[in-house]
Design a protein around this ligand. Structure first.
Ligand code: ADP
Ligand code: MG
Length: 462
């Protein structure tokens, strides 16, 4: 605290509450009140009983209601407060650092829910040092800040505040879920598991809500979708609804849809000139021989578009067997693709795990003897892989083209360089963490911190 010249405040000053993500807010210095207060809305408690948190929205600029910032902080107390109209209410008390005129000091703030106040913040006696001089006739004796700071906000530094995260999954106990929960909690966030199939919603012009077991869910800062192939369409709808509530979706519904639709995904990758094995698509072509020839002739690989874990993937080594398989697939009335068999891959492929445009880990999967499919579910074995710069670029580019923040990009190593097989939008963590020994879950949460938007009204395009 200053000792030479006394520290002076006017009756209004600009304050920064950086931990809350508020780089500037105009406060009334109110020596008549003991406690300091913030005027917030949608004040929702969250987190475990032993470490309660509260999430709230602040419109720092009274002249611009569209500027609304999402904040959260640990709750240090709940206090009964009598407001000016005589009503008693229980308010959350949070602690944070205030910054003003080169000084930074801890203050306590109560959260109140009144929108009519001209000042979004009151600085009470309790936050003012006895040695400071308050001049009730002067304003802004300390450097002013201004609301224009908020214009650059969406691209600013990672959030430091605790996030309220929803993990959207049908399998809360599986390895990936457990690891994501662990990593989020370790970094101070609160993560709640939401079963995709149990969500329901009304679509309408009024405030978007997701309902769950008879109640509307609270607002989340972010949703991490882990959507299984059996529930893609409904999962995407639920995810869009979360997005409408203002939650940031780590992998948007649109991106998941693009990656799940193999036809669309291949077409988008092809348009971006990303190399892939020669691939022909068909539904029920009459020209069987022509289709096989289009994929470069036998040997070829046939894949049902709905295949996962290698289940619908077959190898035809001769032209005759290729044509017979195409005929059989046609009889199923299914969409399928016919692909050049990349023999030199030797039953191996490479999974590059991409998070936020970076490869954070890679593994090589080797098929069992006598099997060309390297899926771990088919008995393949995994080991850490070192990618060439070219493989790294292809993986990053593939995730980028489909606009996936988190992606598992599968590559075949061919004599003509890496070729993309498929891009997975809910890649499992078990194989990659075991093979690489890396904390991939932590990389995902760290990345989430950098992309969550501080503006509560931010909406991702559908
Ligand atoms: P799924 O979605 O069912 O996992 P994939 O397209 O990933 O289907 O194929 C499963 C596995 O089969 C791959 O991981 C790879 O090892 C092997 N494979 C797939 N396509 C080819 C191909 N064109 N050439 C060689 N091997 C392939
Ligand atoms: Mg695969």
């Amino acid at each position: 605290m200053p000792s030479a010249a006394p520290f002076q405040l006017g009756w209004e000053e600009w304050i920064a509450l950086r931990e809350l993500g508020l780089p500037a807010i105009k406060a009334k210095i109110d020596t008549g009140a003991k406690t300091s207060a913030l005027h917030a809305s949608v004040i929702e408690p969250f987190g475990p009983a032993h470490a309660p948190q509260v999430r709230f929205l602040i419109q720092p600029d009274p002249g611009d209601p569209a500027l609304e910032i999402t904040c959260s902080a640990p709750v240090v107390d709940r206090r009964e407060v009598t407001s000016s109209n005589g009503e008693r209410e229980l308010r959350y008390v949070i602690e944070t650092h205030a910054e003003l005129g080169g000084l930074t000091w801890p203050i306590q703030l109560t959260l109140s829910n009144r929108e009519t106040m001209a000042y979004r913040m009151l600085l009470g006696r309790g936050a003012i040092q006895p040695s400071w001089i308050i001049d009730p006739n002067a304003s802004f004796l300390q450097p002013p800040l201004g609301y224009q700071i908020y214009q650059g906000l969406p691209r600013r530094k990672p959030v430091k505040r605790p996030l309220r995260i929803a993990l959207l999954t049908r399998e809360p106990k599986n390895y990936s879920s457990r690891r994501l929960i662990e990593a989020a909690e370790k970094r101070g966030h609160v993560i709640e598991v939401i079963d995709t199939a149990r969500c329901y919603m009304r679509i309408g012009a009024i405030d978007a809500e997701v309902h769950y077991d008879g109640e509307a869910l609270p607002r989340y800062d972010a949703v991490i979708p882990r959507i299984g192939a059996t529930i893609t369409d409904y999962g995407m709808a639920v995810l869009r609804q979360f997005s409408n509530t203002g939650a940031f979706c780590l992998n948007t519904a649109g991106a998941i849809g693009r990656s799940r639709d193999k036809l669309l995904a291949h077409q988008m990758l092809a348009r971006a000139k990303i190399a892939m094995p020669i691939t022909a698509f068909a539904h029920s072509p009459k020209d069987t021989a022509g289709l096989v020839a289009l994929a470069g002739g036998a040997p070829i690989v046939l894949k049902l578009l709905s295949s996962t874990q290698g289940k619908g993937v077959l190898l035809a080594e001769t032209r005759k067997s290729a044509e017979r398989l195409v005929d059989a697939f046609r009889g199923l009335d299914a969409n399928f693709l016919v692909q050049e068999f990349v023999e030199e891959a030797g039953g191996a492929d490479v999974r590059a795990f991409v998070v936020g445009g970076k490869v954070v880990g890679a593994m090589r999967r080797q098929a069992e003897k006598g099997e060309f499919r390297s899926n771990l579910h088919r008995g393949g074995t995994a080991s850490e892989a070192r990618l060439s710069p070219q493989e790294r670029d292809v993986a990053r580019e593939a995730a980028k083209v489909l606009r996936l923040e988190v992606a598992g990009v599968d590559l075949l190593q061919t004599k003509d360089g890496p070729k993309v097989l498929e891009v997975n939008s809910s890649p499992g963590l078990k194989g990659i963490e075991k093979a690489t020994g890396k904390d991939i879950a932590a990389r995902i949460i760290e990345h989430l911190e950098t992309v969550v938007r501080p503006l509560s009204r931010h909406r991702e395009p559908l």
